[in-house]
Design a protein around this ligand. Sequence first.
Ligand code: AMP
Length: 426
Amino acid sequence: MLRAPRGTKDILPPESHKWAYLESLLRRLSKLYNFEEIRTPIFEYTELFSRTVGESTDIVRKEMYTFQDKGGRDLTLRPEGTAPVARAFLERGLAQGALPKKLFYLGPMFRYEKPQAGRYREFVQYGVEILGSPSAYSDVEVILLAVRIAEELGLTGTVLYINTIGCPKCRQAHREDFVKHISSRAKQLCKDCLERLETNPMRILDCKNPACREAVADVPLVKDYLCDDCQEHWDTLQQLLESLGLEYTVDPTLVRGLDYYTKTVFELKWPPLGAQDAIIGGGRYDGLIEELGGKPCPGVGFAVGVERLLLAAEKGQKPLNPDVSIDCFVVFPGGGDRRLAQAGFKLVNDLRGSGLSSDFDPLGRSMKAQMKHADRLNARYVAILGEAEFEQGLVTIRSMEHGWQKQVPAGQVLDFMKEEVSGGSK
Ligand code: AMP
């Protein structure tokens, strides 16, 4: 038997109902905060990611699904959403339009990672980006949206971690002292961190290895090297969070993996999730657009893994409970009088035409088996068109929720059902 590739998932009903529910919640919140949707291609030129995410990051070094197409182009299945959005922003001239531009995306990303609970090779991210605003108010705006998502899903006890990683100017000054300090403890570092020391030293702060964590315990921190602009941004951000009464924890070791971040970085964690407890991660990326060849244009955003949100929601206070019922199941004998079967089928079609979700049994099973099927499909009502009803021009309507049964003239069934479904009699 052929199987789905490792690290991928089939989303089957009833889980797919939860996906649809969560996606509509994310779209509703996007609208509330005035983010408009952008859809970018699933694959891009590889260079887009190597240049922006960073040659030394895990994503670019180890995790990309990169291939050559038949024309010899180097392409990559997108591992994240910000670089494609920035590319489209530039290429499609959005930079010349009204700024800031507030965009959201929702779609699959691909990373060759070791699959485990909450971590897949194909996963779906929802993310928002505000392009063209250098203001700390925009940082707080995206943080508030992140917090709101968690709230709407009933995730109590989330922890907001924030940090500043400065700009290339502050980092230059910091890097020298940082490298000097870490180099004196190089013996303690794991193999990956030794490499990071050469390529991307700040990422050592990200390592979970206890010896590496010890090596960075009293390392010089960027926050003590900030230039005036970054310092002011950092102060404004914290004052604003405080003015809103939003609790946060400054985590000076929070650097986030990708090269394009500047100033603010943040993560929203939900501890009950265990090892993969970061549900939302984001930050500011003021150099990204320039890196892609555009005029300098600041940006800030976040991304959230939809699988992880779903996992969290299931464990939270408000497990997702989407409506999986259908309005009406029409029971009619499949064999025998063809006119009767045709009338039954027409009733299904008319109910659907009136906007009521409806279904029937195409297999011509016994009335009893059809009633059972209706129950399995969570039908709220069953319309029974048996031989006796057909002869008298009636349809029997049964409420599956309340147990009553009524006979309704065939010509009035649609109006009766519309009235019932929109909250009629009990
Ligand atoms: P990142 O783009 O790495 O900052 O990740 C942002 C969010 O995407 C994380 O907080 C997770 O919720 C989610 N995420 C990242 N990688 C994966 C993965 N391999 N599988 C599932 N979700 C992921």
